[in-house]
Design a protein around this ligand. Structure first.
Ligand code: ADP
Ligand code: MG
Length: 262
């Protein structure tokens, strides 16, 4: 298997007005091609910071990041970012929204356009291509946001709480949806979420971070053997297995969530 991402001792200290804030401390891990890596940790432990460093938006104070063997210096074209807000432009149709990344990068070739049209077709958005974002459900908008991210064919996708703005029911179906697409397109992704069940349902491996400054506390393999004839088990199905609850207890304990008692 090909190594897509390698982080070695990545640390970051913000220079804030009232002094220094150390956000991350010596983070090391790797991601293999096709792997879904979940990242969980307490609020404010540096998860979003970690993704911005990998995306080249924020320089690390210390440590190295290799993407496909090459150091990440500045914003990398090989990375696709998906955030909580779908950031679709309301005055553009779905088609022109999903082509936006290609347009900005002057990559609107016939081949790339055909690739996007094919994604719209395969993932059920072709008949909505001429509609505007406000005419679509939250779930469909998030699917459109994913297709826009995939359009530039990134090697690595970064999802930062990508589903947390959706209501619970929608979140379940959309995460199933999105993971199905990522698996089918054989993408590698880092999936940041504060939702432990969501992380267990989507990840091949989960990295648990400590309180700030975020350090790697532990890494857990999620084993959900696919049924005969399948190549993977999707999130909704994972949620119905006995292993799911066991992993939940394990990660919950690792996170050491403190509940105030009186
Ligand atoms: P998470 O995504 O895990 O909730 P963040 O990565 O957003 O955490 O933030 C980690 C820590 O760094 C927090 O304490 C936050 O307040 C701080 N932080 C984030 N961005 C900046 C910044 N630009 N300047 C100073 N401190 C920051
Ligand atoms: Mg965050």
């Amino acid at each position: 298997m090909r190594e897509i991402l390698k982080l070695q001792d990545v640390s970051l200290t913000y220079q804030a007005e009232n002094g220094e804030v150390q956000a991350l401390d010596q983070i090391s891990f790797t991601a293999q091609e096709g792997e879904m890596i979940g990242i969980v940790g307490p609020s404010g432990c540096g998860k979003s910071t970690l993704l911005s460093i990998i995306a080249g938006l924020e320089p690390a104070t210390y440590g190295s990041i290799l993407l496909g063997g090459e150091p990440v210096i500045g914003v990398s074209e090989k990375i696709g970012y998906m955030l909580q807000k779908d950031n679709l432009l309301n005055w553009r149709t779905i088609r022109s929204n999903v082509l936006l990344g290609l347009e900005i990068r002057r990559m609107l070739t016939e081949e790339n356009i055909a690739y996007v049209e094919n994604l719209l077709q395969t993932y059920g958005l072709a008949e909505f291509a001429d509609k505007y974002p406000s005419q679509l459900s939250g779930g469909m908008r998030q699917r459109a946001a994913l297709i826009r991210t995939l359009a530039t064919r990134p090697e690595l996708l970064l999802l930062d709480e990508a589903f947390s703005a959706l209501d619970y029911q929608t979140r379940l179906t959309v995460s199933d949806d999105v993971l199905g697409i990522l698996r089918k397109e054989k993408k590698t992704a880092l999936i940041v979420t504060h939702d432990i069940p969501e992380s267990i349902s989507m990840s091949d491996r989960i990295i648990v971070l400590t309180d700030r400054p975020g350090r790697v506390k532990s890494i857990h393999n999620m084993e959900f053997p696919p049924r005969p004839g399948q190549t993977y088990m999707l999130p909704l199905e994972r949620r119905n297995t006995p292993a799911f609850g066991q992993y939940f207890n394990l990660i919950w304990k690792e996170l050491d969530v403190h509940v105030e008692t009186q």
